[in-house]
Design a protein around this ligand. Structure first.
Ligand SMILES: [Zn+2]
Length: 243
């Protein structure tokens, strides 16, 4: 008898392995797991549909160091995202972020459940971008570099605050570096709304396209400054959404 283990998660990456096999990297409730799939580069492999990137899957695996696929099911293939080039590219950018920070020690179960909920919303939502931004903003909290919105990052002042990317939150005039470019108040408001957004109590998001555009560059700068991260998909995304 082979000891089987059951794992569930979201496939983030698929890599060639030896002559004919593949390794998929799956984000699970316990973090990143690698699973070997024998013969998966053969077009007749029964697991081709199962092991596509961005599938939510349940897999029966065996082995200790390197897990080997024995059987599995697609729980959700998010085909409505995959069929839409812009949504798909945005999702690729998000999957890259999840992958990059998957080895950080945070609550993977909570984060995975959140990601799956967001992907389901994005499938049917036309104004989907702020939902992806929610993942990016909430991850900052899990990584311990969350922006502080309630008062100045250095003191208790709550008046005359402006958002500083470098300081990681709101700053009063005394604690703000003057050379830093301002983030528009509407962007700070939307960022705060998304950061605190509760999926259990959803409300409609109302925003201007210019705000969304500036939010994108603000998140990019925040990730670059605090985490030295920029995704490979980001450039292609600019080509599609225009910013
Ligand atoms: Zn201050």
């Amino acid at each position: 008898m082979i000891d089987l283990e059951y794992i569930e998660g979201l496939i983030l990456k698929k890599l060639d392995y030896k002559e004919s096999s593949k390794i998929v990297q799956i984000y699970t409730t316990s973090g990143l797991r690698s699973v070997l799939i024998h013969g998966n580069r053969n077009m007749k492999s029964p697991y081709l549909n199962l092991t596509r990137v961005m599938n939510q899957v349940g897999l029966h695996v065996s082995g200790k160091e390197l897990l080997t696929l024995r059987d599995g099911d697609v729980m959700s293939d998010f085909h409505l995202i995959k069929d839409d080039l812009e949504k798909f590219t945005y999702a690729q950018h998000i999957l890259e972020i999840i992958y990059f920070f998957a080895s950080h020690d945070h609550d993977h179960e909570k984060f995975l459940n959140f990601i799956i909920k967001i992907l389901k919303i994005v499938e049917s939502e036309e104004d989907y971008i702020p939902y992806f931004n929610m993942i990016e903003l909430k991850l900052l909290n899990l990584l311990g570099v969350n922006p502080l919105f309630q008062h100045c990052v250095e003191c208790d002042r709550t008046d005359n605050l402006k958002f500083s990317i470098k300081e990681g939150g709101m700053c009063c005039p005394d604690h703000r570096q003057s050379e830093e470019k301002d983030v528009s108040p509407s962007v700070v408001e939307l960022m705060k709304e998304l950061y605190y957004y509760d999926l259990q109590n959803p409300h409609k998001l109302v925003f201007e396209i210019d705000t969304l555009r500036e939010l994108r560059t603000t998140i990019d700068r925040y990730y670059e400054y605090h985490l030295s991260f920029r995704s490979n998909s980001r450039k292609m995304l600019t080509g599609l959404i225009g910013y």
